[in-house]
Design a protein around this ligand. Structure first.
Ligand code: ATP
Ligand code: MG
Length: 357
């Protein structure tokens, strides 16, 4: 009971803090640097669009400095680095640009290319204990599902690597889902301990805030979380026909009348929600409109709404995919900028740690 109370109290505190941050973002966007990113493990999908990409574009357009990380080293936490990686990374960049991330304002980079960022992980590892990392919920879950023995040490230390991703550029804001709040807590701990040990007069690293999003969790066509690696996703890059085909296979239920009841009817409600997000209408209204037309009517409405919503984005994405040299150039420019920032940070860290000889 007390644990539940504590968890919900800290969640409530994070919610309240996020509301304050939203107000501050509107007042003074230039004060913020945001770090977000993705593993290049497959094409981005409509769950990403509504769950995170739209929010990144919103922050960018508010005037926030947005850093977008292609977390390629995180792909080798649980698999080999595939030969398709260069193409996967360019595909990810095409997805980013197609949704509206603007390379003139945002910085897109891959962390394997930013050497001084990775070097920061060494001093950071010295600031946390094995016991603390073991308590991280994602690490605990991975350990449990890998049966312990098969989990790589890189997976074990990945929350510390993530701290390096965030702190190398002094990001002070990280958009997250509630499940990721413990990661931010570990990054804050590392920042605080570094400051206490090596820069007590004037804190060197910021303690970043998590910005909780109200974004919905989009389910895949099988009723589980829509996910790149579960084969249940509608990729942003899918064709109109592929989209129609995927929606045709979506799980529904046996009730004829369409309603929006996420708890009682998750699969139907997910399709209603997706249509509502595309049409920028309330899900209840969309459900009422479909009504007795049932699941077939709902799927038809969703197919049209989603293909319509994604049409300009897909057009842009096709043009971008035809120009891999441009995509590589965007990545190279972002990487140069990230490297410069990381080199400055590492130089200052060396000085603070008396490593400047
Ligand atoms: P993987 O299968 O490789 O884990 P994924 O599809 O789960 O891929 P991630 O790269 O793990 O995608 O997700 C990155 C971020 O995208 C998440 O933190 C979350 O904010 C958002 N996201 C991913 N899937 C969804 C979804 N189905 N609904 C809403 N948001 C999502
Ligand atoms: Mg995932």
């Amino acid at each position: 009971m007390s644990i539940i109370t504590t968890v919900s109290a800290s969640y409530e505190a994070s919610r309240a803090r996020s509301r304050e941050l939203e107000a501050e973002l509107r007042r003074d966007p230039g004060r913020f640097r945001v770090l977000t990113g993705d593993r290049p493990t497959g094409p981005l999908h409509v769950g990403h669009l509504f769950g995170t990409l739209a929010n990144r574009v919103r922050l960018q357009d508010l005037g926030v400095d947005v850093m977008v990380l292609v977390a390629d080293y995180q792909t080798i936490t649980d698999r080999e680095s595939p030969a398709s990686l260069p193409a996967d990374v360019l595909g990810l960049i095409a997805d980013y640009l197609a949704v509206g991330i603007d390379p003139d304002r945002a910085t897109i980079f891959a962390h394997s290319q930013v050497e001084p960022l990775n070097q920061l992980m060494l001093p950071f590892l010295s600031l946390v204990s094995v016991a603390e990392v073991s308590r991280n919920p994602t690490v605990k879950d991975e350990f449990a599902s890998a049966g312990g023995a098969a989990m790589s040490a890189l997976m074990f230390t990945y929350p510390v690597h993530q701290a390096a991703d965030i702190l190398f550029c002094h990001a002070n804001l990280v958009p997250v889902g509630s499940d990721q709040l413990p990661h931010i807590e570990l990054t804050r701990t590392i920042a605080r301990r570094f400051n206490d040990r090596y820069s007590p007069e004037q804190p060197y690293f910021p303690e970043p805030d998590g910005l909780l999003s109200d974004a919905p969790l989009i389910l895949g066509m099988d009723g589980g979380k829509m996910s790149k690696s579960r084969g249940n996703a509608i990729a942003l890059s899918a064709s109109d026909d592929e989209t129609a085909q995927l929606i045709r296979t979506a799980r529904t239920d046996t009730e004829r009348q369409i309603t929006y009841e996420p708890d009682r009817r998750p699969e139907i409600s997910n399709l209603v929600l997706l249509a509502a997000l595309c049409l920028e209408r309330a899900p209840e209204d969309v459900a009422a409109q479909v009504g007795a037309a049932g699941a077939a009517g709902l799927k038809q409405l969703l197919t049209e709404a989603l293909n319509e919503r994604l049409r300009p984005l897909r057009q842009r994405r096709r043009e971008l995919a035809d120009d891999p040299a441009y995509l590589s150039g965007v990545l190279a420019a972002g990487t140069d900028r990230a490297r410069e920032i990381a080199a400055t940070t590492l130089g200052e860290v060396r000085e603070l740690m008396h490593n400047d000889y």
